[in-house]
Design a protein around this ligand. Structure first.
Ligand code: SF4
Ligand code: SF4
Length: 163
């Protein structure tokens, strides 16, 4: 996995022009079976990819925290939401709460998430490759393929299935 992660930014860069073209076409005319295809590709990829050998999303980006996430996680720590925010979060340029620093404070040396059961919604859903109307998150996905090896493989598979 270490090698795969090392090569990923370069591979994503090389695929960028093709991905841009592919997603522009997908946005204009998404195939009718896109939702089921994405479910299928997502499930197959995550049968092969073990996130515990990777954790690159937790190490390099980290999630956005919604108000509900903050409420749930601060309760878990028996902290006041404001105290949780001051300890772990900052507001980014889009006025969203994000981690003060990466790797994420809640990631253990064994790549386990110490708040797994109450983790942010964005962590549960990353890399969003099984969401419906996948064509709507093309820009985000083009960024994610440089971070997440599973997302990279899923997009490569999509290009094989959708001509
Ligand atoms: S979601 Fe992607 S980046 Fe995150 S741990 Fe799994 S494979 Fe790695
Ligand atoms: S909260 Fe957990 S899943 Fe989310 S970035 Fe941190 S360690 Fe990863």
């Amino acid at each position: 996995m270490e090698n795969i992660l090392k090569q990923l930014p370069q591979k994503a860069k090389e695929a960028e022009a093709e991905n841009k073209k592919f997603f522009a076409k997908l946005k204009k005319k998404p195939p009718k079976h896109l939702d089921t295809l994405m479910q299928d590709l997502h499930e197959k990829e995550f049968e092969r990819t073990d996130c515990l050998t990777c954790a690159n999303c937790c190490k390099t980006t980290g999630p956005l925290f919604t108000d509900k996430d903050i409420e749930r996680i601060s309760k878990h720590f028996r902290m006041k939401p404001q105290q949780f925010i001051q300890t772990y979060l900052r507001m980014d340029e889009d006025n969203d709460y994000v981690l003060q620093s990466v790797p994420c404070e809640f990631l253990g040396p064994d790549n386990y998430c110490s708040i797994y059961d109450v983790r942010p919604k964005a962590c549960r859903e990353f890399p969003h490759t099984d969401r419906k109307k996948f064509q709507q998150i093309s820009n985000l996905t083009m960024k994610n393929v440089a971070i997440c090896p599973a997302a990279f493989n899923i997009v490569e598979e999509m290009k094989r299935f959708i001509k």
